[in-house]
Write a protein that binds this ligand. Structure first.
Ligand code: SF4
Length: 474
């Protein structure tokens, strides 16, 4: 759980010894990675789709103002209303005002990472509205009063037993007295409880996986159908979305949909893909009377003109989380905010400030798996390195690390000096660790050796080994 007042290293220390969390992470991310790999292998045009998606996003980002204006025009033409929110605070104020004008009391919500980002639930609850999450994972963490730990599987950190206990606590007063142990029973019970809320809801809030400039439509994908009920049964439908989610045409959206399902959940397609265009028309059987879109900037236009622009291609699939050795070891709550994993390690400092999330870009091995699986080819390791560079330039890097890096840079820029230093250091380390084959203490590396031994170097330096190899002596 996100604990305020704790630091990233403290949260990590708790997470890596939490056996239940470790089991849940291994089960979930391993399964998703395997399913994704199988589906990617079965789709020969997967790489071509990735390249096309990258190009479409780049084109949109280069013409973002034009596509957003076009989108707004189309929404307005079809009877909807677009609201522009420069900050999270603006977005909250806009949504609260829509709810106030609608005389709302109950608000249902589909899953939306932007609504987590802007913190809409606490704002609505503080204003006296009843808020009910309708995505099963979000519903579970709402009952547990926890933030999501994964961008597509918010309750991935919880076990079946924990969910059964939560349902006991919250559903017993509603007349559901059986203690549940099977997932299918829990899904069924949650569905029964939620059904009543859909019918009572005045306002339904959903995210927008894609916004289509050509038609003014918003598209959401779900596996539970909760998004459809959230947006069609309430009187007022509010779409919350980042400004970067616009795509030119419906056909472009299909490219992203094919990539999204495979990358996110290892499915060819999600169970429900819902396209909404404006409020209910005269001949529609159902649908909301009002249709609002809140377009959230919250730092995005600043990213657009700088070195982090490529991050705006993100379609929030979660593949980078599932393939990240850091995320799969510590889970999402350790990251301390709504976006975890590699994408969160870039987005959190950019949205909240590089000084507010110093550890995140540094908690990365730069192994590159995230970039290799990202459906829109975001160079996440490069962006993390750029954040580290900016932290260093801003003087945020702790002094011992700065000095060590300066020494390293001085050596690395002088080949002779570097060779001389390694010729002394490697045999020395080798001798120090000879007895146990490992070093249990090293100056300036206490963070490493405090919890594990460093294997002692074997043999000579890389250059010595290379020279031997070229001379044919292996
Ligand atoms: S960075 Fe790429 S892999 Fe990660 S969530 Fe975004 S689109 Fe998916």
């Amino acid at each position: 759980m996100q604990a305020s007042g704790t630091t990233f290293p403290q949260r990590v220390s708790v997470a890596i010894v939490d056996k239940r969390l470790q089991a849940a992470l291994a089960r979930a991310s391993g399964g998703l990675a395997q399913r994704r790999a199988a589906l990617v292998a079965a789709l020969p045009e997967f790489e071509a789709l990735r390249e096309r998606a990258r190009c479409v996003k780049e084109h949109v980002l280069a013409n973002l103002d034009g596509y957003l204006e076009r989108y707004e025009e189309q929404v307005t033409r079809r009877g909807g209303q677009v609201h522009w929110a420069a900050t999270a605070e603006d977005a909250r104020a806009i949504i609260l005002e829509i709810c106030r004008k609608a005389n709302a009391r109950t608000v249902t919500k589909g899953k939306s990472m932007v609504s987590e980002e802007i913190g809409i639930n606490p704002a609505l609850e503080a204003a006296g509205y009843e808020v009910i999450e309708t995505d099963l994972g979000e519903y579970i963490i709402q009952l547990a009063k926890e933030p999501p730990s994964h961008i597509i599987m918010p309750a991935v950190h919880m076990t079946r037993q924990q969910v059964g206990d939560l349902f006991d606590e919250h559903h017993r007063p509603l007349g559901y007295t059986k203690h549940l142990t099977e997932v299918s029973e829990m899904v069924d019970e949650a569905r029964q409880v939620l059904r009543g809320h859909y019918f009572r809801a005045d306002v339904g809030i959903t995210g927008g996986n894609f916004l289509v400039a050509e038609t003014g439509s918003s598209i959401i994908v779900t596996n539970e159908g909760n998004g459809d009920l959230t947006q069609t049964l309430a009187r007022v439908h509010i779409v919350t979305s980042g400004i970067e989610r616009v795509v030119p045409t419906l056909e472009d959206a299909t490219t992203f949909l094919r990539l999204l399902a495979r990358s996110a959940t290892g499915q060819e397609t999600e169970c429900y893909t819902t396209v909404s265009t404006g409020p209910r028309r005269a001949d529609d059987l159902d649908g909301p009377q009002e249709y609002h879109v809140v377009l959230v900037d919250n730092g995005r236009s600043k990213m657009l003109g700088g070195p982090f622009r490529e991050m705006l291609r993100c379609i929030r699939c979660g593949a980078c989380l599932n393939h990240c050795p850091v995320y799969t070891s510590i889970g999402g709550h350790a990251y301390g905010w709504v976006y975890p994993g590699p994408m969160g390690s870039v987005l959190t400092p950019l949205i909240n400030g590089i000084d507010k999330a110093y550890d995140l870009p540094n908690a990365c091995t730069l192994n590159g798996r995230c970039q290799a699986v990202c459906p829109v080819k975001i160079p996440l390791p490069g962006l993390l390195r750029e954040l580290r560079r900016q932290q260093f330039e801003s003087g945020l890097t702790p002094a011992p690390i700065r000095w060590a890096l300066q020494v390293w840079a001085a050596l690395a820029k002088r080949a002779r000096l570097y060779h001389w230093a390694t010729r002394i250091a490697i045999p020395l380390l080798s001798r120090l660790g000879r007895r146990r084959g490992a070093l249990s203490w090293l100056p300036l590396a206490g963070g490493w050796t405090g919890t594990r031994d460093l294997p002692a170097p074997q043999g000579g330096t890389f250059q010595q080994a290379w020279r031997k190899r070229r001379r044919g002596q292996r």
